[in-house]
Write a protein that binds this ligand. Sequence first.
Ligand SMILES: [Zn+2]
Length: 485
Amino acid sequence: MTNGHPLRLYNSLGRRIEDFIPSGAVTGMYSCGPTVYAYPHLGNMRPYVFADTVRRALRWKGIEVRHVVNITDVGHAVSDADTGDDKMEVAAARERRSVLEIAEFYTRVFFEDLAALNILPAAEYPRASAYVPQMIEFAAALENKGYTYRLPSGLYFDTAKDPRYGELAQLHAEGQREAARVEQVQGRQNKTDFALWRTEEPGRRRVLRWDSPWGWGTPGWHLECSVMSIALLGPHFDIHTGGIDHRELHHVNEIAQSEAFLADGKQWVRYWLHNEFLQLGGAKIAKSAGGAPRLADLTEAGYHPAAFRLFLLGGHYRSQLDFTASAMDAAQATLKRLVARIQPLRPLPAIETLEQAASKADPRTLDLIDAAISNDFNTPQLLAALQEALRDPVITPDGLRTVTAAADALLGLGLAALDPADLETSRAAEDLTDQQRHDIEQLLAERTQARKEHDWPRADQIREELDRIGVQVTDTPQGPAWQLR
Ligand SMILES: [Zn+2]
């Protein structure tokens, strides 16, 4: 049995499309996880949906994966450049809870969001706080090899000692580009040098603190990913993923310290995959106090988590996506149509791999699906192939059933079991808060006023705004009436 098209992916290291060739029987894959100090917003979840797509693609090709996602519960300073307080401690002070409670609470929220988005569980979710002794050993080994220098504020990695420093970010050794987020630390020899250990300031005792050869303090943020990935996946592994923001700093530093530590002349990790941002600027759904919208806000507004997943997969992972309510409406409507079309085909067969699908699926569609996922995880192309197949009158129900299950093994929308009733967007007006009701009445009054003044553009604009938040207006002789869609 063939594995179909060769799996091609865009490697940030070198910035080019390459064939993926696993180095061993099991592919090790590491994804930078959350710092559990606040609710994850929708943009924070894109990297995990992307990593899940990678995992599903590898499974599709019959490649076994061992996936590790870390939980940062110590060491992440407010600034990524190792300055400022620890994010966990700031959150604990803000919420008047212990650091442990903060970590437990937001870790649970993160797991709930992963489950709601139908993301395959990782093999391990190591917590940084459980690996501090190993991090100290790692930093001490770098010190012994002469890669570091000490300052009162901690132990620093000397990036000038690494001739290949910044290759991933395409920074050049000389005249190292001044990354916007890199702040000055007193005594730092190069702008790009980073903390392996952050020694606590005299008289400022931290809540999270460990004793080390460099005094009491906390590990630098970059250190944990090198230490935990090597501990759980071995010195070298195949794939490292993360958001595009990590490509410029965090991953650059992970590579520098890991290769200095291993010192075996080999590339630490061969394939670096980065997803683009989800822009939340246009979001109208933001409800959590002062924060960006999160998954719970979407479900409260009547959207299914699978609709958000579909919205993300409707764009290529290397393209920026704009999150808007109308894009979410469109995604939910598409999902609804898909489920309605698939319902008569149920039950769908259990399929995870191309090989399992090959004997029964419509061969042309199966080839299109495989070509799409093999083409740098092109999920929009994959979705289009599925939709086209579902409209094709010539494909047999059996062929279609298999093709649908095959596509969903990669998309992870849960098409085999999604209940159409769960995709109904109509909400009961009684569920609205007083504030929401007040806002709607206010907009209607403004619209009535605009109409009175013959300001038709303004009236239309308000109607569109109401439409966006799911309010349908009907003009009656008694004045406007409204209902929720
Ligand atoms: Zn990381």
